[in-house]
Design a protein around this ligand. Structure first.
Ligand SMILES: [Zn+2]
Length: 223
């Protein structure tokens, strides 16, 4: 049985979208904002929308495209480092208790290495992990509206980091910062799909035309 790691998803999406010009970063980020605002509108209108799943799927493809430009390894390593397998990277609890114990701004994340194993995780496994850590906290903090607000903030941070990345004197350092911010955007996107009960992996699969992939097998058979 085949499992699809994030790396594989990203490599496949590269084949279907071979344009890798760093100039594309601006429009990719603009696209994320656009999707974010469309989702905001859906929530504000109070209407259940079948478009939500599709928008979140497109969102994930946008994240992959940006990840390809800043480097798959940079992105995957940042994700494993910021969201370690055992607990929340800030409060070191599982589930996370960050909001209840102290203000987010006052907390600095300890630096650590993510597990090698996490580099092979797919969308479904990341969802399991992030849901177990953050679902309760996100629900308590205001649910979908709160998570979307945080997601939009993270896109803004990513935008700032990418601006220094593309015109960079120190590409390695700003690439790292961009990878960290992209990891946050990924985590909040998973968080939003979690609260909205959307099977994100399936949405991404439906939007993708990867000829050599068995899409049926990939939707739920994650590690
Ligand atoms: Zn925490």
């Amino acid at each position: 049985m085949r499992t699809l790691s994030l790396r594989l998803w990203m490599e496949q999406s590269e084949k279907t979208n071979p344009d890798r010009s760093p100039k594309g970063l601006d429009s990719l980020v603009a696209k994320l904002f656009e999707l974010g605002r469309a989702i905001e509108y859906i929530f504000a209108s109070g209407a259940e929308s079948i478009l939500l799943g599709e928008y979140l799927g497109r969102f994930m493809l946008g994240i992959f495209a940006i990840g390809l430009l800043i480097g798959i390894d940079n992105f995957l390593t940042a994700l494993a480092r910021k969201y370690p397998a055992q607990f929340c990277g800030y409060c070191e609890k599982n589930p996370c208790v960050c909001q209840r114990e102290r203000k987010r701004e006052s907390v600095r994340q300890k630096s650590r290495d993510g597990s090698e194993q996490q580099l092979e995780w797919g969308i479904h496994r990341w969802w399991e992990h992030l849901s177990s850590l953050y679902r309760a906290r996100n629900t308590e903090s205001g649910g979908e509206t709160y998570v979307l607000k945080r997601l939009l903030e993270e896109i803004q941070e990513l935008k700032n980091a990418l601006e220094s990345f593309s015109g960079s004197v120190n590409a390695a350092e700003s690439g790292q910062e961009a990878a960290d911010d992209l990891a946050d955007v990924f985590a909040w996107t998973i968080g939003l799909s979690d609260l909205a009960d959307i099977v994100l992996e399936q949405e991404v699969a439906e939007l993708s035309t990867f000829p050599e992939m068995d899409i049926d097998a990939c939707t739920l058979l994650d590690k």
